[in-house]
Write a protein that binds this ligand. Structure first.
Ligand SMILES: *Cc1c(COP(=O)(O)O)cnc(C)c1O
Ligand code: SF4
Length: 336
């Protein structure tokens, strides 16, 4: 058993530097299904402008021969996405466009400014609420750091800067450092938050250079990872999170409640427990944003509440994530 998984890793080149692993991600659904021994699923695949993209480190955690594998379901574009479902017609379900205050800056909540640093992600999550976001028109990573930074400097109410995207850790550490060197000149910024899926989907990204960048930041740092299922963790992920913590970051997890992936109490409980074992605390459990093409992942509010109530009964208080929804125009995430 052990020899099999070791040689499997070697085949996948998981020792390669993160940039190589990034480039080596799978983008062909047929290749993915063939690796998993799931050729029978090929007729369910759909062609989508939001292409399949999944690093092999994530594929390595999928179960062979299981079409319902919870990691596979998160990334495989299937024909259900083409269904037109009333209520799921939004391209921008959370009102990002109206919250834009400067190039690449979204400000919805007091004290916090969210930077769309880049449009790229290592993985393409089928339920993503930013799947239709016009990244190419609006992100701060190009040449426009300057305007973004000056907008934050001018607004003294901003105490926390949230690096989001896309995935901010898809940028090189050198670029990240360029940005934070500029943010460091703004006295009213106290906290830096990084929202990233990379510790779970491409843990090699958390390398010494990245840890050194975090360790030397003049802010309190929180890293919010994004895992929806306990199977997204393994020894490499544990090590990545340990490195973030050793660098001084507080590590939190946010998950999305997804039909067919984590919509039962045992799975959610296992997720919280595995998150904590890896060194992170559960933060949010989001109900799905009603974005076009994602209706098949929806769990009703009543069911979500019932699941959450039961979860709270079975877990220590600090392992229970807050159940929330993002509503356009609200002053914070709304508890259900
Ligand atoms: C979610 C979000 C935040 C962060 O909200 P918290 O409740 O502090 O995690 C900040 N800004 C925007 C625009 C957001 O969408
Ligand atoms: S922004 Fe996050 S949820 Fe959306 S595709 Fe990228 S990694 Fe996935």
């Amino acid at each position: 058993m052990i020899t099999v998984s070791v040689s499997f890793q070697a085949d996948f080149g998981l020792d390669a530097r993160w940039q190589e692993q990034w480039r080596d991600a799978i983008s062909d659904p047929v290749e993915l299904l063939t690796i998993l021994g799931l050729e029978s699923e090929i007729p369910r695949v759909t062609d989508s402008p939001f292409k399949l993209r999944v690093p092999k480190a994530f594929v390595a955690k999928m179960r062979r021969g299981d079409p319902n594998d919870p990691l596979l379901r998160q990334v495989l574009p299937i024909i259900d996405e083409n269904r037109v479902v009333p209520g799921f017609d939004a391209l921008d379900p959370v009102g990002d466009a109206s919250a834009r205050t400067a190039q690449g800056v979204l400000q919805k909540y007091q004290g916090r400014a969210l930077l769309i640093t880049t449009g790229s992600c290592a993985i393409h999550c089928r339920y993503c609420f930013r799947r239709h976001y016009p990244y190419s028109d609006d992100h701060a990573a190009t040449s426009a750091w300057h305007d973004t930074v000056e907008a934050l400097r001018a607004d003294e109410s901003v105490e926390e800067v949230i690096l989001s995207g896309g995935d901010p850790l898809s940028m090189s550490t050198r670029k990240l450092r360029e940005l934070t060197d500029q943010l460091a000149t703004i006295g009213h910024i106290k906290r830096l938050r990084i929202h990233t899926r990379l510790p779970n989907v491409l843990p090699a990204r958390i390398d010494d250079e990245l840890a050194d960048w975090i360790a030397t930041l003049p802010f309190n740092v929180a890293v919010v990872i994004h895992a929806n299922h306990a199977n997204e963790f393994d020894a490499d992920v544990d090590q990545a999170i340990a490195q973030l913590r050793n660098a001084g970051a507080m590590v939190l997890n946010q998950a999305v409640l997804l039909r067919g992936i984590n919509d039962d109490v045992a799975t959610l409980k296992a997720l919280s427990e595995r998150t904590f074992a890896a060194g992170a605390l559960p933060y949010y459990l989001h109900v799905l944003d009603r974005v076009q093409g994602a209706a098949h992942f929806d769990v009703s509010d009543d069911e979500a509440r019932a699941l959450h109530r039961e979860l709270a009964k079975q877990l220590s208080g600090y392992l229970v994530p807050k159940l929330v929804r993002e509503i356009e125009g609200e002053t914070g995430k709304t508890p259900l």
